[in-house]
Design a binder for this molecule. Structure first.
Ligand code: TYC
Length: 104
């Protein structure tokens, strides 16, 4: 792959497109379960996803009611790190809390 173009599933990007394109973004999706406490989910939303108390509460309730919800949107490596951190904290605290990521 040369310096001036790059192949991405059929698209050829011009040098200008490569230089001006924003990085791909990924949604980190928090999944509901029956065992993780609401308090722990709020704590995770505040500490890992930098939400204020009120927003953390409303995201948690939305996930609780709808089954899943977006905790945040990040570049790929940051989203991967957030997912790993949530799973690490959940395991440490013996909660089954899961999250996943998908292209935004
Ligand atoms: N459903 C959980 C309860 O009633 C709370 C919860 C909310 C769990 C969001 C996970 O991602 C979650 N204790």
């Amino acid at each position: 792959m040369g310096d001036f173009e790059e192949q991405t599933d059929g698209d050829i990007l011009t040098k200008q497109e490569i230089e001006t394109k924003e990085p791909p973004m990924f949604k980190v999706i928090l999944l509901n379960d029956d065992y993780t406490t609401m308090e722990f989910v709020i704590l995770v939303l505040q500490s890992v996803f930098r939400k204020q108390a009120e927003e953390a509460q409303s995201v948690m309730i939305s996930v609780h009611e709808k089954g899943a919800g977006v905790a945040g949107v990040y570049t790929k490596e940051i989203a991967e790190t957030k997912v790993a951190t949530v799973h690490h904290l959940a395991t440490q605290n013996e909660y089954p809390l899961k999250c996943s990521m998908e292209a935004a």
